[in-house]
Ligand binder design. Structure first.
Ligand SMILES: [Zn+2]
Length: 132
């Protein structure tokens, strides 16, 4: 289903990065720059009304108003060696660590979706600014 959502995450990555809140974009940028071995792309960044409705229909989002709509949230997807998206827990854990470290070093407070309580499978791809 993620192919329909974002058929070319690698190609769209830079544009998606620019659309984010610049503070969040800086954390993503730093996490990548500091960890060239952990490849990941933005699967979903800023969402317009149509994309947010699609996320609700698919059960990706429970909220009518998501921090994605203001560019204060980002979903990151891991890439394999060939640059294809693959949802691997170990790869995800690596960039969760990279994101937390980058945020801490920049003095930015972020929340990781993997810690969301009560969300069906918790949202392991999701990061958002704690105080946008
Ligand atoms: Zn998200």
């Amino acid at each position: 289903m993620f192919h329909v959502w974002n058929p070319d995450p690698v190609g769209h990555h830079q544009a998606n990065l620019r659309a984010l809140n610049p503070i969040l974009a800086k954390v993503v940028w730093k996490a990548q720059a500091d960890n060239p071995g952990h490849r990941f792309v933005i699967g979903s960044g800023k969402r317009n009304g149509r994309l947010q409705r699609m996320a609700l229909v698919w059960g990706w989002s429970r909220m009518q108003n998501s921090p994605h709509q203001s560019g204060n949230a980002v979903d990151l997807w891991p890439l394999d060696q060939e640059g294809r998206v693959f949802f691997d827990r170990t790869a995800q854990n690596k960039f969760v660590f990279a994101m937390k470290k980058a945020a801490a070093e920049l003095g930015v407070s972020i929340r990781w979706g993997g810690h969301f309580y009560g969300f069906r499978n918790s949202d392991r791809s999701h990061f958002e600014l704690a105080r946008p």
